[in-house]
Design a protein around this ligand. Sequence first.
Ligand code: ADP
Ligand code: ADP
Length: 228
Amino acid sequence: MIEMQDVHKKYSNGVTAASGINVTIKQGEFVYVVGPSGAGKSTFIKMMYRAERPTQGTIMVSGMNLSKLKNNRIPYLRRQLGVVFQDFKLLTRLTVYENVAFALEVIEESPSTIQRKVMETLDLVGLKHKARMFPDELSGGEQQRVSIARSIVNTPKVLIADEPTGNLDPETSWEIMNILEEINTRGTTVIMATHNREIVNTIKHRVIAIEHGRIVRDEQRGEYGYEN
Ligand code: ADP
Ligand code: ADP
């Protein structure tokens, strides 16, 4: 599903954020990416959806070699990957419904298909009743659920989440985790960078720890492993 071979990333300011990364993530896995701030977690996952390009090495996603991917294939790659951010990144002038529908409208689905998929996805995240509301009328947890709905409405093979609970209180964070678990149970690979020790140590999954741009630990049902 996702494979990195000897991946290096050096930013133009000279900072090395990835240094010889080798990893394979299979379809259906749930993977936590942990490590200190500045360790290279975001860079690692940004390279998966080609928000950053490696300076060396090979990255394969869903059979596509990202180094060789033509620009006109990037929309196809992005459809295989849903991405969720710490700060939600919703379109504030659009309703909940429209934020989720947007991803489908750009790929020219029929109106009835869009309507069905959007409402099914809002139902999955428990927000069907808030379809007409605007993001600033929602709590942080609800906004994150909209952002998850938007990222999965295309039924991507992989959901990438960069600190999805970073701005949320503990209770809301658990609600978000339940949704990510459900999405994973339905077959989507989930890759989640996180600083949430409680969650990683309670809902056990594979843990990849990154320090100084290197994978220093990779364990099935691993522990968070840092004091926080
Ligand atoms: P993490 O997600 O673990 O906090 P990042 O991948 O964001 O780590 O950052 C790894 C290192 O790369 C840090 O030293 C950071 O300052 C640097 N870095 C991240 N993004 C950029 C960028 N766009 N330009 C230059 N340096 C960057
Ligand atoms: P239900 O299956 O519960 O009848 P509806 O399809 O009636 O759900 O939609 C529930 C909410 O979603 C309503 O607030 C409705 O206005 C909104 N909604 C449904 N379809 C659209 C659409 N195409 N554009 C904007 N909002 C919509």
